[in-house]
Design a protein around this ligand. Structure first.
Ligand code: PFF
Length: 452
């Protein structure tokens, strides 16, 4: 194995911010609220929280521990412990390609909305006008592809500069700013007349709405939102020094991430009900609802501009973590030049993303069976690839590394892991079995829908 001198994070806060930067992104602000709407409200939120605690958090700890133990990124980490597991690295790269292909499309929408916020075009509470702006964008291949390209170029530029400079320095200001702004929007949203129905929709679970589909989406969303299952957290964890307390980290990132998603839910859903939008609208929900919330606030345009700017930032700290995983594979494992690899991979992902963007244009015919390319990438990444990665991570840390060794690593910084037995039990049995049940269903459904 190639021995490289590795940077450490300049501080623990640097790691937490970067890891939270990867976790908090479009998944929280755009995807979570609309998934709540599509998947029936409170029951989905309740399942999400359950999966977060019994599956997401144990896996977060497993990932960071594996990274810090091996001091290697995802490919090396698996390989150094057992060569037969090297294929997980390849899976991570494929996953990065697929997620970023459609993630960059949505990143492009946010850029376009930022421009519209600046020009004042979004300054209305009229649902028809706002829905019209979104539909116009969706039906303009030129706009979609142009902005997707710009988003991809921004991601590429950050990754070419290397891991620390880009990630660490900027997260420190932008992440807290995003949280503050989301809280302000949520306060406005829940104080709108008629928002109570929305608050109930979010908080009161109707358990009869829980189906296999809802469970699958909730679990996929946990992995997507926490950036778990394609090695980001293993890789970031590998930069942590031996003295750092992994337990507090593995708890604080999921908490931050979930807070961001819930606050985004409160910013969006109550306003949906108060202002006469449709909760089950789908991917357009944030784009048509939030501008109406801003338009109902004093200095609304300013908030609108700031919001889309901060979402661009949140999306970039996530997208660069995905591209970083793909690039570091070719740099570390295949000895490629970093700059060239970044450019080539970035270009390939952009090309792969074009059908995803175009598949949303009405009548475009870009479909895989019954799914648009966009939906197919989304389902393939969250429900299949990340979920498979998460399953393998649990088996690997629980049974190959063994939880005993992992606990030793966790306690090596001098902390006592009081819940070691609980974690061990979850990681050995509950996580793999739970994820496996969902996974079998996801494969079956995905195959059926692309054959249709
Ligand atoms: N967690 C990111 C979000 O919520 O937007 C998306 C993501 C980033 C998923 C990195 C997976 C990943 F490896």
């Amino acid at each position: 194995m190639k021995q490289i001198v590795r940077d450490k994070w300049s501080s623990k806060a640097g790691f937490v911010l970067a890891a939270a930067g990867s976790a908090v992104g479009l998944g929280n602000i755009w995807k979570f609220p609309y998934s709540v709407g599509v998947n029936g409200g409170g029951a989905y939120v309740a399942l999400y929280l359950l999966f977060l605690v019994i599956i997401g958090m144990p896996l977060m700890l497993a990932a960071i521990t594996l990274g810090r133990k091996t001091q290697l990124s995802v490919f090396g980490a698996y390989k150094s412990i057992d060569k037969r597991w090297s294929f997980v690295g390849a899976l991570a790269v494929i996953c990065g390609f697929v997620i970023l292909a459609f993630y960059s499309a949505v990143g492009g929408w946010v850029l376009y909305y930022f421009k519209n916020a600046v020009t004042g075009r979004l300054n209305t509470t009229d649902p028809t006008v706002l829905a019209g702006i979104f539909t116009d964008m969706m039906n303009s291949p030129k706009i979609l592809i142009f902005y997707q390209l710009i988003f991809m170029l921004m991601t590429i530029m950050i990754v070419i500069k290397g891991i620390k400079k880009g990630i660490e320095s900027s997260s420190k200001i932008m992440m807290p700013a995003l949280f503050i702004l989301l809280i302000i929007i949520a306060i406005r949203s829940v104080t709108l007349k008629g928002s109570m129905e929305g608050i109930k929709f979010l908080l009161v679970p109707d358990f009869s709405k829980i189906t296999m589909d809802v469970a699958k989406n909730a679990m996929g969303q946990v992995f997507f939102s926490l950036s778990i299952g394609m090695g980001v957290m293993i890789t970031y964890g590998s930069y942590l020094g031996k003295e750092e307390n992994l337990l507090s980290t593995a708890v604080s990132i999921p908490i931050l991430d979930t807070l961001a998603a819930l606050i985004a839910g409160f910013a969006t859903i109550p306003a949906v009900f108060a202002l006469g939008f449709e909760a089950g609208e789908g991917p357009g929900l944030m784009f048509i609802t939030l501008p109406a919330v801003f338009a109902s606030m004093p200095m609304g345009q300013l908030f609108c501009i700031a919001f889309f700017l901060l979402v661009i930032f949140a999306a970039l700290t996530s997208s660069m973590s995905m591209l970083e995983i793909c690039v570091s594979y070719f740099v570390d494992e295949r000895n490629k030049d970093r700059k060239k690899a970044t450019l080539t991979i970035g270009a390939l992902i952009f090309l792969l993303g074009i059908p995803a963007s175009l598949s949303l244009v009405e009548g475009s015919g870009f479909r895989l069976g019954s799914l648009t390319f966009f939906d197919a990438y989304d389902k393939l990444s969250a429900n299949i690839l990340l979920t498979t990665g998460a399953f393998l991570l649990s088996i690997f840390v629980a049974w190959v590394v063994t939880t005993k060794e992992a606990v030793k690593e966790i306690e090596s910084s001098g902390v006592e892991f009081k819940l070691a037995n609980v974690w061990s039990f979850l990681l050995k049995y509950i996580v793999p079995v739970g994820v496996f049940i969902i996974l079998v269903n996801s494969y079956k459904d995905f195959i059926v829908s692309i054959l249709q």
